[in-house]
Design a protein around this ligand. Structure first.
Ligand code: GDP
Ligand code: MG
Length: 388
């Protein structure tokens, strides 16, 4: 008699889906993304409109794969740039399997919050409310917010978190998995983001600009990477000298005089590597670092390298343009005696060296492009960097 086939053990469910992070500017969407991934894929700052387009951040665990969509903050769009930013938010609501509305626990409920709620109204899937920044607010405020929001939308979960400290993020992740569909993986185990290394470098530089200038100016700056080039040691461009102090190589824009179209270089002269002037329409990218085009391979924090090990690293020449809209903005970024651009350059270079695993010579130029925020050409150029 044929024996009945043993039933297969049930396959454990594998939960997969897109999770959109939505909210007003500055509520901590990008901070949350970085914390959950354990790696910086999105820049953050205390200035609004830091995130300009949607970025994926992919987290794969034995339980499943969450594809987070980090978004620009919800705001009234005035320029073409901002209209595009908002169109990313709308698109992510179309893609998402689950939406997380983030709110800042330290802020009072206002018009902007109503606007954000209005936007997510049409979403039919599971909706979470994340009350962020609970590390710096009294419990009573959190309870008030919970009561308020409960009335306003059918949130499936309301979770107080601190994206900065990591508070409650394990609970958050578990609840996300619980609410995603059972599906096949959409990305590889090592994939962490959909942005190119080039875009990440541009964002790192922009983050340092945001950190070192105040008021309105940050909204009117953009960064374009003109070149990333691998250099052999001794191949000119200032790399002949083995003892070269890379710290000193970024600095000293003159910052004085000049008309609107004058371009100001941040490098301190003598290094015209690549022999090209900074024409931002030329996307020259002879990219040959041991890195994939798109960010993957999770990185653990590595021990500090010794001086000798640092010397063994390949050398990269990175040329970037910082676009501003007005000449006085250019002067602000350069600073007195070039001090500000120098600091921006040093901080950006350090971080870029970690990404490229190379010694980096960073050549920054500040360029005036009136009304770039309304120029489709410049916006295409900047966004295009995300892909290659
Ligand atoms: P986004 O515009 O929503 O992406 O906000 P960001 O992630 O850029 O964060 C905006 C600011 O809020 C930054 O200065 C963050 O350091 C800060 N921030 C984000 N999350 C927290 C948090 O949980 N606690 C505190 N105290 N600050 C936070
Ligand atoms: Mg952000």
């Amino acid at each position: 008699m044929p024996r009945a086939k043993k039933p297969e053990p049930p396959k454990p469910e594998f939960r997969v889906g897109y999770v959109a992070l939505i909210g007003r500017p500055n509520v901590g969407k990008s901070t949350l993304l970085n914390k959950v991934l354990g790696r910086k894929v999105a820049i953050t700052s205390d200035k609004p409109q830091t995130t300009r387009l949607s970025l994926l951040g992919i987290r794969t665990t034995p339980r499943g794969q969450i594809i987070f969509i980090d978004n620009p903050g919800i705001h009234k769009p005035l320029h073409k740039l901002n209209k595009r930013m908002m169109s990313f938010v709308h698109a992510s609501l179309q893609t998402a399997d689950l939406v997380c509305l983030l709110v800042d626990a330290t802020e009072r409920f206002g018009h902007g919050d109503e606007f954000a709620l209005e936007m997510i109204k049409a979403f039919r899937g599971p909706l979470f409310l994340l009350i962020n920044k609970v590390d710096i607010v009294r419990k009573g405020n959190i309870l008030l917010l919970i009561d308020k929001y409960k009335e306003l939308a059918p949130f499936k979960e309301i979770i107080p978190i601190s994206a900065l400290r990591g508070t409650n993020l394990d609970v958050f992740e578990k609840l996300v998995f619980d609410n995603l569909p059972d599906a096949e993986k959409l990305y590889g185990d090592d994939d962490v983001s959909d942005q190119s290394v080039r875009f990440l470098l541009a964002e790192i530089i922009r983050e340092k600009v945001l950190n070192h200038v105040t008021a309105e100016l940050p909204w009117a700056t953009a960064v374009y990477i003109d070149r990333i080039e691998r250099r052999e040691k001794g191949e000119g461009g200032g790399f002949e000298d083995e003892e070269e102090d890379f710290e000193g190589m970024v600095g000293e824009g003159q910052g004085e005089g000049g008309d609107d179209n004058e371009e100001e270089s941040a490098e301190d002269g003598g290094v015209e590597a690549g022999g090209e002037s900074g024409d931002a329409s030329v996307p020259g990218l002879p990219y040959s670092f041991p890195h994939p085009l798109f960010l993957s391979e999770k990185k653990e924090k590595k021990p500090r390298l010794t001086k000798e090990e640092l010397k063994q690293r390949p050398v990269a020449y990175v040329k970037a343009s910082i676009f501003v809209e007005r000449d006085n903005h250019r002067k602000i970024i350069i600073g007195r005696k070039g001090q500000i651009i120098k600091t921006i350059g040093i901080e950006a270079r350090r971080e870029i060296e970690e990404v490229l695993e190379a010694r980096v010579f960073l050549d920054l130029q500040v360029k005036v492009r009136p009304n770039w925020r309304d120029s489709a050409d410049v916006l295409d150029l900047i966004e295009g960097q995300k892909r290659f």
